[in-house]
Design a protein around this ligand. Structure first.
Ligand code: KIV
Length: 273
């Protein structure tokens, strides 16, 4: 595949309302986790509706083996860079480990990420975040919740493991999803859960779900740019190197965008059954 120019370019600024409307129209949308201005600009040209400045940058950019060491200052630095490079996609900024342990701390740090250029803040966790999400949402800060494999809890999980495989875990994740949506979350990332559970949650919630290793039935897909471009030494099962079938980097990203929109990514081999 050769990059076909600006044909997929975002025409209008994307908001959470845009993503909500896409869910209502059952049109898939695309999210990419990325960390710098040139990649952010390329994502805008390729029609990526939402960019996530993920704390995965701890591993993909900074060489750590988890997201735990990532600081607020590092997140702010990268959110500012992405915001300079991209004026149209919705920018989701991750709150790093222990930056939202109390609702007050979440308010302070969410404000810092928003001032750096994010339009939405993402935080990981279940029912314990209910009050925090109510507080942020009531004060005008859009929230993306994150359930399933939440990497900041890797030490609690005993490794990067698929979540929601047994009945008890699955109903816990489903109940948390409903609770956080009712609290005011605007988006929900579902990471490494069985496709049947992701579909059940997606069908139940009115807010859009963004899947990674969660099957083909979520409203959107997200992958990390390093995985899309084959930069990861041991790529996760749920990812795909799109550069293998593409002539250059923009073509690879454009292929990811098109495959998600057309429902040809992810395939069964990328899922945890
Ligand atoms: O930090 C990140 O990039 C993420 C995605 C993998 C969902 O949280």
């Amino acid at each position: 595949m050769v990059y076909q120019g600006n044909s997929d370019k975002l025409e209008k600024k994307v908001s959470i309302k845009t993503l909500q409307a896409l869910k209502t129209q059952t049109e898939k949308f695309v999210t990419v986790a990325l960390y710098d201005a040139p990649m952010a600009a390329m994502a805008e040209r390729c029609g990526v509706q939402a960019v996530l400045v993920g704390d995965s940058l701890g591993m993909t950019v900074l060489g750590h083996d988890s997201t735990i060491p990532v600081t607020m200052e590092q997140m702010i630095y990268h959110v500012e860079a992405v915001a300079r490079g991209n004026k149209k996609s919705l920018i989701i900024g991750d709150l790093p480990f222990m930056s939202y342990a109390t609702p007050e701390q979440a308010m302070t740090n969410a404000s810092r990420i928003m001032r750096a250029g994010a339009h939405v803040v993402k935080l990981e966790g279940g029912a314990w975040l209910e009050q925090t999400i109510i507080m942020l949402s009531e004060r005008g800060i859009p929230v993306c919740a994150h359930l399933g494999l939440t990497p900041q809890s890797v030490n609690k999980f005993g490794g990067f493991r698929v979540q929601g495989k047994n009945k008890a875990q699955a109903s816990q994740i489903l109940n948390d999803a409903k609770l956080l949506a009712n609290a005011g979350a605007d988006l929900l990332v579902l990471e490494c859960v069985p496709p049947t559970l992701a579909k059940q949650i997606t069908d139940k919630l009115s807010i859009p779900t963004i899947g990674i290793g969660a099957g083909a039935d979520t409203d959107a897909q997200v992958l990390v740019i390093n995985d899309i471009l084959g930069l990861t030494e041991k790529p996760p099962k749920f990812s795909k190197n799109f550069l293998v079938e593409a002539a250059d980097i923009p073509s690879a990203l454009q292929k990811f965008v098109r495959d998600v929109r057309e429902g040809t990514f992810p395939e069964e081999q990328h899922c945890f059954g």
